[in-house]
Design a protein around this ligand. Structure first.
Ligand SMILES: O=P(O)(O)OC[C@H]1O[C@H](OP(=O)(O)OP(=O)(O)O)[C@H](O)[C@@H]1O
Ligand SMILES: O=c1cc[nH]c(=O)[nH]1
Ligand SMILES: [Mg+2]
Length: 209
């Protein structure tokens, strides 16, 4: 399997348990999504370049830092929407784009229904926000859209990944690193991550009628 960057921390494990627990209610699930997103984005930004900035403290002047090239944030609707606010809080100046993709539950193929993205993404880091990397089809499709706009520095920011999705992404977009809060065992016959957490969109926003 390709090498995803799994964030290892006790606070991550505790929140991941909240997501996995079938008894977690929707507000608590959404809160854990936000908290985990902050932690994974923090890790994904570890190598981000900063530029020096002269600042004045109440005592003296000193050299501070600003992000040299903040990432564009692209949540994948619906489930990625729950990550958007927390990621934006980490990088308040970030531009945000949006992609809507629903997986066909029979074929497991991504079915796009919306896209709102900056026209050119060349030279700009892009973080794709989607809590679930299962077969990897939705993420690979989203990255295709971004690369069609010139994106050359894309990272997948997830909360839970399956080995199958990590491998699919490594095969289709080998230049794209995967950051995740956990890596699970496998997919089941319905394409759900095992042990997983169920449907991340439904658990945040309710099941579609
Ligand atoms: O890796 P894949 O096999 O493509 O599966 C992962 C996709 O499935 C979920 O979305 P879903 O299609 O359930 O849409 P939703 O967010 O509207 O619930 C999830 O948020 C990913 O986008
Ligand atoms: O386990 C899974 C797989 C795809 N999408 C989800 O929301 N959960
Ligand atoms: Mg869903």
């Amino acid at each position: 399997m390709a090498d995803p960057r799994v964030v290892r921390h006790p606070l991550v494990d505790v929140r991941m348990s909240t997501l996995r627990d079938v008894g977690t209610d929707r507000p608590s699930f959404r809160a854990a999504v936000r908290e985990l997103t902050a932690m994974v984005v923090y890790e994904a930004m570890r190598e981000a370049e900063t530029a020096p900035l002269e600042i004045r403290t109440p005592v003296a002047t000193t050299t501070g830092a600003v992000l040299a090239n903040p990432p564009v944030l692209v949540p994948v609707l619906r489930a990625g929407l729950g990550m958007a606010e927390a990621a934006h809080a980490q990088v308040p100046g970030a531009i945000m784009g949006f992609v809507g993709v629903a997986r066909d539950e029979e074929t497991l193929q991504p079915t796009p229904y919306m896209e709102s993205l900056p026209g050119s993404l060349a030279g700009i880091p892009v973080f794709v926000l989607d809590p679930m990397l299962a077969t990897g089809g939705s993420m690979a499709y989203t990255i295709d859209l971004l690369k069609a706009r010139g994106a050359d520095d894309v990272a997948a920011v997830c909360l839970l990944a399956a080995p199958e999705g990590v491998d699919h992404l490594a095969a289709t977009h080998p230049d794209v690193p995967v950051y995740t809060a956990a890596l699970d065992e496998r997919l089941n016959e319905h394409g759900y991550i095992v042990p997983g957490l169920g449907d991340a969109g439904d658990r945040q926003f309710g099941a579609m009628p």
